[in-house]
Write a protein that binds this ligand. Structure first.
Ligand SMILES: Nc1ncnc2c1ncn2[C@@H]1O[C@H](COP(=O)(O)OP(=O)(O)OP(=O)(O)O)[C@@H](O)[C@H]1O
Ligand SMILES: [Mg+2]
Length: 283
């Protein structure tokens, strides 16, 4: 292989698919390398190197905001654009490739050189129209139907519907710059996922109010910047009952997505560049 372009190399353990290290080494290959795609127990995937942040890294820079308070809030224009990019990526993946990503989240979304979003890390992907029993995805983005570390993998669930839940968590994270639920044991008033799902099943209206109020309060934000409609789009994707979540086409037709810019406008690019220049929080 002869290339001057930077590449990312991701190595995978051949045997354990679900436990693969998936930590890419980044390097620039400037000369012909005897790259065999298989060395002993490892296989390698090579990707063009993307120069910018993951979406998570961008949100973390904004939240850290050079260590200042308050955090830097993303404009609604940027929020909508980012949401639309992810929804469009999933529509392509589900409807053209017939594949579900399996681990949709801001850390698996990268910003390209021309300020679009791409999904990376297809280590959990599955055929989209499929019922499976095994665990995929990341805890904070997993619907309640997906088995977790505490629940056996003995019931079938629909891959496509679980992906919609992860999409809901991801859209929420873009809009609120934080994941929807606190971890068990955290003391503030936000919902844990379990408490939220239990409350959701009993009383939608109250849950709705409480869920968002606690998030606004958590960030000392008094004015509500999202409309009732926008909030219910995300809320409906987080529905504990998989079959009651909206379909991807319905999400795409929603005004929050339809009124978003399809392309990165100059204003959007400037804002993203500004955020990418901010320092990351210390590890
Ligand atoms: N094409 C790429 N160009 C530049 N950086 C990349 C690229 N692909 C991945 N990365 C970086 O590597 C990180 C991990 O990549 P990936 O999501 O594919 O692996 P992973 O299995 O999730 O690994 P980990 O569990 O360590 O995050 C990404 O969060 C991103 O920072
Ligand atoms: Mg990843």
């Amino acid at each position: 292989m002869l290339t001057e372009s930077p590449f990312t190399i991701k190595h995978l353990e051949s045997a354990a698919r679900s436990q693969s290290p998936r930590v890419p080494m980044t390097c620039t290959i400037k000369r012909s390398l005897p790259v065999e795609m298989w060395f002993g127990n490892y296989s390698y995937l090579m990707f063009p190197m993307l120069p910018n942040d993951t979406l998570l890294a961008l949100l973390m820079r904004a939240n850290y905001n050079k260590g200042l308070r308050p955090r830097r809030k993303l404009s609604i224009t940027l929020q909508k654009y980012l949401c639309r990019q992810i929804v469009e990526a999933l529509i392509y993946l589900h409807q053209v490739d017939k594949i579900a990503h399996g681990d949709v989240k801001p850390d698996n979304t990268m910003i390209t050189h021309d300020y679009r979003l791409v999904l990376i890390d297809f280590g959990h992907s599955e055929k989209v129209k499929q019922l499976i029993k095994h665990r995929i995805g990341t805890p904070a983005y997993r619907g309640p139907e997906v088995p977790d570390e505490t629940r056996d993998e003995n019931e079938y669930y629909a891959v496509e519907r679980a992906e919609l839940y992860a999409l809901g968590c991801t859209l929420f994270t873009i809009m609120f710059q934080n994941i929807p639920f606190k971890n068990e044991g955290e003391k503030d008033k936000r919902f844990t996922a379990k408490a939220f799902h239990d409350a959701y099943k009993m009383n939608l209206a109250d849950t709705y109010q409480q869920f968002y109020q606690t998030h606004y309060t958590y960030f000392n934000q008094t004015e509500e910047v999202h409309s009732h409609d926008e909030l219910s789009l995300v809320m409906s994707l987080l529905h504990p009952n998989p079959i009651l979540r909206p379909r991807l086409n319905e999400v795409y037709s929603h005004p929050w997505i339809q009124s978003a810019s399809e392309v990165p406008t100059q204003k959007i690019i400037e804002e993203m560049k500004d955020l990418i220049k901010l320092p990351s929080p210390p590890e």
